[in-house]
Every structure is written in C-alpha cells, then in structure tokens.
Ligand binder design. Structure first.
Ligand SMILES: [Zn+2]
Length: 135
C-alpha cells in the first residue's frame, strides 16, 4: 500500500506558536496518510489536535493542505509485509504517478519531492544543473 508523511519546514509563525501546536516544524511529520487502491486517501494528523480525515484522492488533499509556501515535504513509501507479515516501509519515487523504488537522495531545492527512482533522479539532477545548481 502506498503511504506518505508530510513535513512543513516553514509554516506561518502563528502555526508554530507554543500554544497553537498546528505544526511540528518539520522535525516530526505533521501528518501521515495512505492511498487505497481506488485512490481514496486517509490522513491522520499528528499535530496537537489529532484527527483522521478521508479525501476522494491525493490531488484534492494536496490542493487543500499541500502548501508549498510552508516548505511542505512529502515522503512517499510503500507498506509491504515482511516474511513474518509485519508491514515495513520501502521508499518509493516522489515523482507524481511513479511507483518505482527510490534511490536515496534528498534535496531541499526540489519542493514536494525528496527521493526519486533512478530514471527520475537523472531527470531531476539534469533539470537542477540546467538551473545552475551543482548536483
Ligand atoms: Zn520515478
């Protein structure tokens, strides 16, 4: 099953006030979610006021809560059973629609994408080099 965690590194100041508790400031995920086979998304908020919310699809969820301006990072992974039936996390590519295993690579300059498969890793690095980044 495809799953994700969302982190927000630069939320509005009033979100991070001690008594607001509306974000974990990127150190800990603000939410985790799963994408069911029919595309339905369940999101569990991990901030002060816990809730569990269902969305018809990931794009609708992200349109409301994605907030690239807050520095949102989404880490994608697959939940797969090990030999004893326990679910373990296997990182998958952050590129939309891609479900290939991710190579380990993280970049704060690629918003909403932190790990890519070999093909998308080459593509993203080429794009960043074209923009003048040394990757
Ligand atoms: Zn990919």
């Amino acid at each position: 099953m495809k799953a994700f965690r969302g982190f927000r590194d630069n939320p509005p100041l009033n979100y991070s006030a001690h008594d607001a508790g509306l974000t974990n400031l990127g150190a800990v995920a603000d939410y985790e979610g799963v994408v069911f086979e029919d595309g339905t998304v369940a999101v569990r908020w991990l901030t002060r006021f816990r809730s569990t919310v269902f969305w018809p699809d990931y794009d609708t969820f992200y349109a409301v809560h994605g907030h690239p301006e807050y520095g949102t990072r989404i880490d994608w992974f697959n939940l797969v059973p090990d030999l004893e039936g326990r679910l373990v996390e296997v990182p998958i590519c952050s590129m939309r629609g891609c479900v290939q295993p991710a190579v380990v690579w993280k970049s704060s300059s690629a918003a909403n994408a932190s790990a890519f498969c070999a093909e998308h890793d080459r593509q993203v690095r080429a794009e960043l080099r074209a923009d003048g980044f040394d990757v």
